[in-house]
Write a protein that binds this ligand. Structure first.
Ligand code: FAD
Length: 274
């Protein structure tokens, strides 16, 4: 299928993109990498009148360290972040995760912010933002507001972003000494969206574990330092709380099993590094 007709404008700055979003509201959509949006348009699941292409905006293509956080602008591709030479020191979780996000061709076009804005419950970058306690910068006109990842993701492909707001940047807190990171995923084929993905952060006071692909959005739990059966019990409680559903491909019971197994492996990986 082909998309319904739309107008196209290339926005060279956040100001211009915001102006167009405020003017056109629900009728406009941001086009970032197009790796999710074009499929949605081709299937006519959305028929916006205007696409605002931010992919070539230089001001939105910056990655910068600010106040202990790595700030990633709306036009930064997943590949640009993946190949940042200092990424392994700044955000050691992400080099573990990038190989699981689709294929390099998609990461060359897809943006970090586009993945967060799209909010697929199986996507890896929203999961990372949540487990690392990151935040999003939303902009309407000249006004900005910052929401934590926990506040931002509200459900299946839904977020707290209003239709006239630009997701201007995402912010990941830089790794601290003593933190360790783990990631495990099961997907049907390499590069597919996760059936179940688990990210873990271990630190001196305890553990933070997030799960993607099971509930309608990524979900997170914070625990004190747990060992042995206490960790198994906590993961089991988390698995049931995610309210997994049966679908034609995989049962809810299998998804809960993955949360328990992949959860333990991710926690063990995080602990060996902390
Ligand atoms: C074959 C294939 C396999 C894939 N596999 C995976 C996978 O395994 N894991 C995974 O996580 N992803 C996967 N993806 C998705 C990929 O990561 C996308 O790049 C990403 O989800 C969307 O990023 P994008 O920049 O392409 O956004 P677009 O497709 O341009 O936009 C997606 C949505 O977000 C909105 N949007 C984008 N940027 C902004 C912004 N700055 N402000 C406001 N709204 C915005 C758009 O309007 C649109 O509604 C796959 C994609 C394909 C085609």
């Amino acid at each position: 299928m082909k998309p319904a007709a739309f107008d196209y404008v290339r926005a060279d700055s956040a100001e211009m993109a915001c102006e167009l979003l405020v003017k056109h509201g629900d009728e406009a959509r941001i086009l970032a990498g197009g790796q999710s949006l074009m499929a949605v348009l081709n299937m006519r699941l959305a028929q916006p009148e205007l696409l605002v292409d931010i992919s070539r905006s230089v001001s939105l293509s910056k990655i910068q360290v600010r106040d202990g956080q790595l700030e990633i602008g709306a036009a930064v591709t997943q590949a640009a972040l993946e190949w940042r030479p200092t990424l392994a020191q700044e955000l050691p979780l992400l080099p573990l995760v990038f190989p699981h996000i689709s294929h390099f061709q998609i990461r060359n076009r897809g943006t970090v912010c586009g993945s967060v804005a799209h909010a697929d419950p199986s996507a890896e970058l929203p999961l990372c933002l949540l487990v690392l306690q990151g935040s999003v910068v939303l902009r309407r006109g000249q006004q900005e507001r910052v929401l934590t990842a926990d506040q931002f993701f509200t459900g299946m492909l839904s977020t707290a972003r209003a239709s006239d707001e630009l997701l201007q940047a995402v912010r990941f807190p830089l790794a601290q000494t003593g933190q360790g990171f783990g990631f495990r995923e099961y997907a049907r084929r390499h590069g597919d969206y996760a059936v179940c993905a688990v990210a873990a952060v271990a630190h001196a006071q305890g553990l933070r574990v997030a799960v993607g692909g099971v509930a309608d959005r990524p979900m997170v739990r914070e625990w004190p330092l747990l060992e042995g059966s206490a960790l198994d019990d906590a993961l089991n409680e988390f698995a049931w709380a995610l309210d997994a559903r049966d679908d034609p491909q995989i049962s809810a019971a299998a998804r809960r099993h993955m949360v328990r197994r992949l959860g333990r492996q991710a926690v063990e990986q995080a602990r060996t590094q902390s």
